[in-house]
Design a protein around this ligand. Sequence first.
Ligand code: ATP
Ligand code: MG
Length: 298
Amino acid sequence: MTADPSIVIRQLRREFRIRGGRGRPATQVTALHGIDLEIPHGSVYGLLGPNGAGKTTLTRILATLLVPTSGSAHVLGLDVQRDLRAVRKTVAVVFGGDSGLYDRLSARDNLRYFAELYGIPPRVARPRAAELLEQFRLSDVADRPVEGFSRGMRQRLHLARGLLHDPRVVLLDEPTNGIDPVGARELRQVISGLRDAGKTILLTTHYMFEAEELCDTITVMNKGRIVATGTAKELRAAATLAGWPSSRCAASAMNSLRKSSSCRPCVPWTSRTASSCRSCVCTSGVATTRRRTGRSAR
Ligand SMILES: Nc1ncnc2c1ncn2[C@@H]1O[C@H](COP(=O)(O)OP(=O)(O)OP(=O)(O)O)[C@@H](O)[C@H]1O
Ligand SMILES: [Mg+2]
């Protein structure tokens, strides 16, 4: 890692105006309340938080898809508002989901098509697509139409698509969302591989265990504010100091952290206990989920 961080965010604020309709006045939502963040080169950095924490808003600003209301964000020294084109060449963003791929085209043709949009010449695009299909274990299905792909396969193809132009920074917004445990594990291996290849990765997730497994540093967000930042170990230690018993789920840890910090009231997400923790988040919660449901959790 070099001394200069890959991503520098200063006092980043984003407000949304929501139209009232039927005579009701418009309202304003503040998705980000002046965030400060530095993300080191070549690391996997986790943004962990419940629904509405502001994770996607932050990701979209870094990807130049959304303009901040105030404050600044730089990626590899480039301003996301002024150096839009250069930032786009440097950054890959993967939101996943069902859109963003052409269902009737094969995986290979999707990659070739998007390579063309990126301005990559066909003689470069062809081997690059083959290499990515291999890397993401899609070679066997490379010539099948994407409409028959599982969610996990689609997500891997999304990632391959994002990496066509060999970006140095990769933004992953809940990459394992909706994928089965095996697919999610495979995808996490792929993400680890990207770090090994020297990429800087920003990963948003709801899952503490995922952040713990993948991320060098984790920032916990809630309602547009930063609650805590540290390694998984540091966050756990801080939560323990703040009165979190080790048998409780990580969401409760975050609740304790929140209580020990100067931030705003927390949300139901943070008040679950291990026994009620089915879909979120933590090492202890995962073990509990396995016992209770008989299935392995992600
Ligand atoms: N286009 C928009 N218009 C109005 N409000 C928005 C818009 N996008 C986000 N918001 C609001 O900003 C806040 C943060 O949303 P955001 O999607 O960034 O959260 P998130 O942490 O990604 O949540 P999730 O875990 O559900 O994906 C929420 O209150 C949301 O309703
Ligand atoms: Mg989101």
